[in-house]
Design a protein around this ligand. Structure first.
Ligand code: SF4
Ligand code: SF4
Length: 276
């Protein structure tokens, strides 16, 4: 039995750095700049829902159901502050109906793109994989090795940011508040906004180059170290696999010999007659 998928309208938290990347991505024009009044579905204008940060009008947000298999705003947000709003739980069906109401001109026939369907598909694939393993289909005369989802090296590397995503802490020269932006957005001339006082902050070339150089030094050094580690682990795994296969074949051969002896316990005992 599958449960109905529950969805939540998307919201923007106060970690927003007002970069504006999300606004043009929204298929429903549900995102507005802080302080700018919004237009409701009936065409009426309303005061801004946030003075300081970009905000989402919940009644216009469909979590991108009907358009994409992920929330477009969250996909481009450099600080991951477009998140599901736990106060506004809606069904996927309701979001699909809303998409159709907002876009009466659009043909929504067929299966609608939806991040929830993607999640459901992934879950079904995982269940099917588990069923196949449980059915014993995987058992054969050779060793079946479980495929790790992610290697230990990759899992370790995933704990650290990619070069462009490196969070660079900055200090607002107006209010001295601290905030951070991904390195990608530290380009000279980019206008950032302090989340504390709203003032603009434009990184200069010297700051960008010195931070970029330090980050590059880190990645150059540790990238090589990871490659060395992977190579060592690959050789070690190869040796381990050879030893394992050898031990497995030896055990199988011995078990073949053991079970081939008819006098072993378990063989049916022949009843002797009175003449032997
Ligand atoms: S989730 Fe999609 S529909 Fe909702 S605000 Fe973000 S981009 Fe717009
Ligand atoms: S920080 Fe995220 S939510 Fe804020 S404007 Fe940029 S993309 Fe939009």
């Amino acid at each position: 039995m599958s449960l109905p998928l529950r969805a939540m309208a998307t919201m923007i938290t106060d970690e927003c750095i007002n970069c504006g990347a999300c606004e043009p991505e929204c298929p429903n024009e549900a995102i507005y700049q802080g302080g700018v009044e919004y237009v409701a579905l009936d065409g009426t204008k309303h005061p801004a829902l946030s003075k300081d940060f970009f905000y989402i009008v919940p009644e216009k947000c469909t979590e991108c159901v009907g358009f994409f298999d992920q929330e477009a705003c969250a996909a481009v947000c450099p600080v991951d502050c477009c998140i599901p709003d736990p106060e506004r739980i809606e069904s996927e069906d309701a979001l699909a109906v809303r998409a159709k109401q907002i876009h009466p001109e659009k043909d929504f026939s067929g299966e609608l793109p939806s991040r929830f369907r993607k999640v459901a598909d992934a879950g079904a694939a995982a269940t099917a994989g588990a069923s196949a393993a449980a059915s014993g289909d995987a058992i054969s005369g050779t060793i079946q090795m479980a495929m790790p989802v992610m290697s230990a090296e990759d899992a370790l590397a995933a704990k650290f940011p990619l070069q462009d995503d490196w969070e660079v802490p900055l200090t607002c020269f107006r209010c001295t508040g601290r905030f951070a932006v991904p390195l990608l957005y530290l380009r000279p001339g980019t206008v950032l906004h302090c989340p504390h006082c709203g003032g603009s902050y434009v990184p200069n070339t010297q700051l960008y180059q010195s931070v970029q150089q330090r980050v590059t030094t880190f990645f150059d050094a540790w990238g090589t170290s990871f490659d060395d580690l992977r190579e060592r682990r690959r050789r070690e795994l190869d040796r381990f696999e050879n030893d394992l296969v050898e031990a497995f074949e030896k055990a199988r051969t011995e078990i073949d010999k053991l079970t081939a002896k008819p006098e072993l316990p378990g063989a049916p005992t022949r009843q002797r007659g009175i003449f032997g």
